[in-house]
Design a protein around this ligand. Structure first.
Ligand code: F6P
Length: 358
C-alpha cells in the first residue's frame, strides 16, 4: 500500500486543484493500492491530525476549479517552533501525524513560507515533495509558479478596463497589484495592459519622476495616465531606511496602502484628478488560465513520477521550459526577485514605460 499525504498551505491561487489532480492521476495510472490523506487547511491539518481520506474520484472534475479542495491557512514558519496556546509542539505534532498514519510521503503545495516548513520537515526525516504555487512567482529555483499567469491575466483585464474609463475622463489611475516584496505580477500585467508607469518593490521610485511623466503626457495631448503599482512599491527615500526603520514607518502610515499615498502626492503636485483601483484577491480567484492548467498538470505528474521512484526531498520546478526537480534544501528561505537589470525592464523602458526611477 502506498500512503500519500497532501496539503495546500499559504495564500491560495489558481491551479492548486489542477496540480493535485495531476499528482493523483499520475500515481493511479501506475498503481491502484494507494491511499490519499488530504490534510485540511494547510499545516494546521497535519499538526492537529485533521484529514479526510480521498479517492481518485475526488480529483475528477477539478482541473478548472479555483481555490483548493483541501482548504488552506497561513502558518508562519517563525511560529512553527513556538508551542500553540495548549502547549502543543507543532513540529513534533506533524511528525507524529505522519508516522501514526504510516505515510510514505507528503506532497506539499505552497510558496515561500510553506517551503521553509517543508524543508524543516524533510530535515526532521519526513519524505516530502513540494509543488511551486503562488501568484507572486517569487519562488527561488523555478522560472515559474502556477497561479502567476492567471493572476497576470486578471490584473491585465483590470488595467484594460481602467484604460477605457481613464481615457474618457482624462484621469490619472493607480491600479494596485498584488506583490509586497516582489513585482512580477505588476511588471507583466503592467506591460500587457499598456501601463505608462510601473512601480515595483525592486526599483525604488522618485515621486518627481512620476509627476514629470504625467505632466509631459498632458503636455503631449495625452491627458490620462495609468500607473501599475505593486503593493510593495517603495520610494528611493524609503529604500535607504533599514528594514526596521521602514517597518516602523509603515506602522505609522495613515494611508491604507501605497496607492493612497501616491494618490495624494500626485494630486498635490499635478493638480490632476487621481483614482485608485485595487483588484486585491480577485487576482487569486476563479478558474486557472490555460497555461496554469498545463503547468500544474505537468508538475503534478512529475511529482507522481518521483513518488513512484521513491525520490523525496525535492521541489518540482520549471527551468527553461522543462519540468525538473530542485533539492528542497536549496529552495527554502530564498526569494526570487525581479532583476532591475533584466532585459524585460530595458525592453519596457524602450517602449516608453517609466519605472519612476529616472
Ligand atoms: O503571496 C500571495 C499574496 O497574494 C500576495 O501577493 C499578497 O500580498 C498576499 O498574498 C495577500 O495575503 P492575504 O491573502 O493573507 O491577505
Amino acid at each position: 500500500m502506498l500512503r500519500i499525504g497532501m496539503l495546500t498551505s499559504g495564500g491560495d491561487c489558481q491551479a492548486l486543484n489542477a496540480a493535485m489532480r495531476g499528482v493523483v492521476k499520475g500515481i493511479f495510472s501506475k498503481r491502484d493500492d494507494v491511499e490519499i490523506y488530504g490534510f485540511q487547511d494547510g499545516y494546521k491539518g497535519l499538526i492537529y491530525s485533521n484529514f479526510k481520506m480521498l479517492t481518485s474520484k475526488d480529483f475528477s472534475g477539478i482541473l478548472t476549479r479555483g481555490g483548493t479542495i483541501l482548504g488552506t491557512s497561513r502558518q508562519p514558519f517563525k511560529l512553527m517552533r513556538v508551542p500553540d496556546e495548549n502547549g502543543v509542539d507543532k513540529v513534533e505534532a506533524m511528525k507524529h501525524t505522519y508516522h501514526k498514519l504510516n505515510l510514505d510521503c507528503i506532497v506539499i503545495l505552497g510558496g515561500n513560507g510553506t517551503h521553509k516548513t517543508a524543508n524543516l520537515l524533510r530535515e526532521e526525516g519526513l519524505h516530502v515533495i513540494t509543488l511551486p504555487k503562488t501568484i507572486d512567482n517569487d519562488l527561488w529555483g523555478t522560472d515559474m509558479t502556477f497561479g502567476f499567469q492567471s493572476a497576470v491575466d486578471i490584473a491585465t483585464d483590470t488595467i484594460d478596463r481602467i484604460h477605457t474609463t481613464a481615457t474618457s475622463h482624462s484621469r490619472v489611475f493607480i491600479i494596485e497589484v498584488m506583490g509586497h516584496k516582489v513585482g512580477y505580477v505588476t511588471l507583466y500585467a503592467g506591460i500587457a495592459g499598456g501601463a505608462d508607469i510601473i512601480l515595483l518593490p525592486e526599483i525604488p521610485y522618485d515621486i518627481d519622476v512620476i509627476t514629470d511623466v504625467i505632466n509631459k503626457r498632458t503636455a503631449a495631448g495625452k491627458p490620462f495616465t495609468i500607473l501599475a503599482v505593486a503593493e510593495g512599491a517603495i520610494s528611493k527615500e524609503d529604500a535607504k531606511l533599514t528594514k526596521k526603520e521602514y517597518k516602523a514607518k509603515l506602522a505609522k502610515r495613515t494611508f491604507p496602502s501605497i496607492a493612497y499615498e501616491l494618490e495624494q502626492q500626485i494630486q498635490e503636485k499635478t493638480q490632476r484628478e487621481v483614482r485608485i483601483t485595487v483588484p486585491g484577491h480577485t487576482q487569486r480567484g476563479g478558474t486557472p488560465c490555460a497555461y496554469d492548467r498545463v503547468f500544474a498538470t505537468r508538475v503534478g505528474a512529475a511529482a507522481a513520477e518521483l513518488i513512484l521512484k521513491e525520490e523525496y526531498g525535492y521541489m518540482i520546478a520549471m527551468k527553461n521550459n522543462e519540468v525538473t526537480k530542485v533539492p528542497l534544501g536549496e529552495v527554502a528561505g530564498k526569494l526570487k526577485f525581479v532583476d532591475p537589470d533584466a532585459s524585460i525592464i530595458r525592453e519596457a523602458k524602450m517602449t516608453g514605460i517609466s519605472f519612476g526611477d529616472e
